[in-house]
Design a protein around this ligand. Structure first.
Ligand code: PRT
Ligand code: ZN
Length: 224
């Protein structure tokens, strides 16, 4: 369904939401976040912001329901692999990498376990929210393993006896440390990215996107 207004999906509440809103504002998009709205209309441009769970953003882009989205590469790549496995549309255009949301997706093991390389993970059970990315990495390494799918509290899985290792997002490393774990392998370095659906958009929308991109370039460079 094509709308006249450019639709941008952003995370409603979480680690990407503030910086994402700040970036749009610095690009000159005026809006007011009030209450629990799903859609917020920009006041000075034909743009609607769609406020959703980050998990929903890749699918909204790949199904062509929204025009643009801001999402962590970790989530984006996991969903793309998942959809590819189910033969669902999984295309998108990466417009630019942003300067926030930086983290790494890492495999971590008990801090006292010996570790020389991926072979040491042979036959282990790995708790994760990112089963597709773990499988891609382990297949590349030729290491057999099993998973334990958890959508939260991944870091307590080894201590709880649910898994031998975990694969989760790390930024400072404090969470791993607090749970008696150490980083063994970094399997993905991630940042927030701006993505577009592959469906052709009206000339007006495409021109607006180009204008936003130019402004974004300036805003990000000014910060560097
Ligand atoms: O509600 P919704 O589904 O929208 O949000 P969410 O809870 O799924 O996501 P959210 O807001 O936690 O994270 C959104 C995105 O921020 C992630 O997909 C990443 O792209 C990015 N990001 C950057 C991070 C982190 N850094 C991060 N440190 N996401 C999560 N973490 C967590 C990590 O899972 C672990 O629990 O922080 C902990 C580790 O942090 P350190 O500093 O202790 O290492
Ligand atoms: Zn989420």
């Amino acid at each position: 369904m094509q709308t006249q207004r450019l639709r941008i999906a952003i995370q409603k509440k979480g680690r990407l939401s503030k910086e994402c809103q700040d970036l749009l504002k610095r690009c000159g998009v005026k809006f007011n976040m009030v209450g629990e709205r799903l859609v917020v209309h920009a006041e000075n441009m034909p743009i609607d912001l769609l406020l959703v769970r980050d998990d929903d953003i890749p699918g909204l882009i790949m199904d062509g329901v929204v025009d643009l989205g801001v999402i962590g590469e970790n989530e984006l790549e996991e969903v793309a692999l998942e959809r590819a496995a189910r033969n669902e549309p999984n295309d998108y255009v990466k417009l630019r990498r942003l300067d926030f949301g930086g983290c790494r997706l890492s495999i971590a093991i008990n801090k006292d376990d010996e570790y020389q390389g991926p072979q040491d993970l042979q036959g282990k059970r790995i708790a994760t929210t990112y089963p597709q990315l773990v499988k891609r990495y382990m297949d590349q390494q030729g290491v057999k393993f099993s998973t334990c799918m958890l959508n939260g509290s991944v870091e307590v899985a080894p201590r709880a006896g649910l898994a031998d290792a975990i694969c989760d997002l790390v930024s400072t490393g404090a969470t791993l440390e607090a749970n008696g774990l150490k980083e063994a392998e970094v399997i993905l370095r991630s940042k927030a990215v701006l993505i577009q659906c592959t469906r052709a958009l009206s000339d007006e929308k495409q021109a607006l996107i180009n204008r936003l991109l130019t402004r974004m370039q300036g805003v990000i460079q000014a910060k560097e």
